[in-house]
Design a protein around this ligand. Structure first.
Ligand SMILES: Nc1ncnc2c1ncn2[C@@H]1O[C@H](COP(=O)(O)OP(=O)(O)OP(=O)(O)O)[C@@H](O)[C@H]1O
Ligand SMILES: [Mg+2]
Length: 485
């Protein structure tokens, strides 16, 4: 690049940041903890890329919201000010050697469709955990191609926590929790369906890898989150779900399936979904005749979750008539006293409503009050009250109710409204649990104490990565041997 000398101003720190700059792997997840130099790392990686490929280097840097994007842009202005011009309207840097970097935010998943047909040599996603689903990210990945044979790459950063915690953990952390290990993956282009074989890798970095941050930064973190959340941020501990909405939920609520006595009242609760999953829960109310359950306790003895296999939070798009039939089939031989269905399913815009099409006996409108109003308890409070119970919980789940067990502990607090859940997460099964609880109001003998706003819960079994992983040199050798880009 003609003005290459100017680019020398910013230098990567030795360690993970340098590893990121040297990393030839197609898809990289960098960071995994707070303060490790992630934002600087990706901005610096772009410099390296732009320096090498000049006008053929075209980059896209994404964040979830405009507010978050502004932070990254502000830092880019400090680092790039001598080597490029920033167009505020287009949020685009043009560098002296012709390289271009565009900043954008994707507040809605569907915004990713606007990038169909674009070509980039680098796509960066800052704080990927803010994206509740990987779908828009895969669409961005599909834009990586170069007419000038520039080796293209995807670079993401993130911390534990956030609406996308689970899928990010599953994609990047679980296969190699210590990182620095190639993970072979097949990438399916969501626009064309084409399958391409790629590699991905996790390069962990922590605040201790960043010589520019000291005790002040750590002290500030301690003031902005619960103990669990701060530990997760600092150690990159992805087994802690920081900010879990129901830290009360645990093994004591799970029971092995048993024959529910015929006399117990049964009912169903349902959250309708088509593009998103629908969820149906079947409940029995204990009459106290079995010693394991207090009288009045709810037992979820079956569920039906309409989710595409292997694709969390994606619905089956099954017609309501078919779903109704499936529900009636599952209830054959049982007496279902009543059902509660999410009120949105009663709306009809011209044609019959979902409720009408389901054709289910005794199905009534659920009380959809999520949080407390004056004098009344909200739905989430009802669920919490039952999880806590008095001497024993007042709600139980057959351990076969997999999707509820998967999604309830993953619910997070809404950042702006901590008494509600972050609705960007997969909340369909918990929603119908809420309807079920609202249909059988329960008051604890001990009035609930004020619960902490951001408690944490530990789930999963993998040890947090404390030791160093294999060297990067080994990794690049493996990578070259496989002949991947
Ligand atoms: N190579 C570098 N040169 C100069 N300053 C750096 C470098 N790397 C990191 N820093 C500084 O360290 C601080 C934290 O780095 P950065 O913002 O990149 O971390 P982060 O992992 O993105 O943090 P957070 O988790 O808070 O978003 C910033 O003030 C940044 O300017
Ligand atoms: Mg950052």
């Amino acid at each position: 690049m003609p003005d290459g000398a100017d680019f020398e101003e910013w230098k990567a720190q030795p360690g993970p940041q340098m590893e990121l700059l040297r990393c030839p792997v197609f898809e990289v997840f960098y960071g995994g903890a707070r303060g490790g130099g992630k934002t600087d790392g990706v901005l610096g990686e772009w410099l390296e890329h732009a320096d090498k490929y000049g006008e053929h280097a075209i980059g896209l840097m994404i964040r979830r919201t405009l507010k978050q994007l502004r932070e990254t842009i502000a830092r880019s202005k400090q680092i790039y000010r001598h080597v490029g011009d920033f167009n505020e309207t287009d949020k685009e840097w043009t560098f002296r050697n012709g390289a271009r970097l565009i900043f954008a935010y994707l507040e809605r998943d569907s915004d990713a469709d606007n990038y169909q047909g674009h070509s980039y040599t680098r796509v960066y996603v800052e704080e990927i955990g803010n994206f509740p689903s990987p779908a828009p990210i895969m669409k961005l990945m599909a834009t990586l191609r170069s007419g000038a044979a520039v080796p293209c790459g995807f670079r993401a950063t993130g911390n534990p926590g956030g609406a996308g915690h689970q899928w990010v953990k599953a994609r990047y952390i679980d296969p190699a929790p210590l990182g620095r290990k190639l993970i072979a993956s097949e990438f399916k282009n969501p626009f064309t369906g084409e399958i391409v074989r790629r590699n991905r890798v996790y390069i962990p970095s922590r605040v201790t890898d960043n010589g520019y941050l000291g005790g002040d930064y750590v002290a500030n973190l301690h003031m902005s989150g619960s103990e669990e959340l701060v530990r997760a941020w600092l150690e990159g501990d992805w087994n802690v779900i920081a900010g879990a909405f129901f830290p009360e939920f645990g093994p004591k609520h799970l029971v092995k399936p048993f024959e529910v006595p015929k006399e117990w009242t049964r009912f169903r609760s349902m959250d309708w979904g088509s593009a998103k999953p629908f969820s149906v829960g079947w409940w029995a109310i204990s009459d106290g005749s079995l010693p394991a359950f207090p009288r009045g306790a709810l037992i979820r003895y079956r569920e039906w979750y309409g989710c595409k296999p292997g694709e969390p939070n994606t619905g089956l798009k099954m017609p309501a008539e078919e779903v109704g039939e499936g529900i009636r089939d599952r209830e054959r031989g049982e007496t279902i006293g009543y059902g509660v269905l999410d009120p949105a399913a009663f709306a009809s815009d011209g044609g019959p409503s979902i409720w009408e099409r389901l054709k289910l006996p005794n199905m009534r409108r659920a009380d959809n009050k999520r949080t407390a109003g004056t004098g009344a308890m909200g739905g989430w409070d009802q669920v919490r009250a039952r999880l806590l119970g008095d001497e024993r919980p007042m709600i139980y789940f057959f351990d076969t109710c997999r999707d509820l067990i998967r999604t309830l502990p993953a619910l997070q607090h809404d950042e702006n409204k901590p008494e509600d859940v972050d609705t960007e997460a997969e909340d369909h099964a918990p929603d119908e649990v809420r309807y079920a609880c609202m249909s059988r109001p329960y008051l604890r003998k001990d009035q609930p104490k004020k619960e902490p706003v951001f408690p944490g819960i530990a789930i999963g079994g993998i040890e947090s990565p404390r030791t160093r992983a294999p060297t990067m040199d080994r990794l690049w050798k493996d990578h070259d041997r496989e002949g991947a880009r």
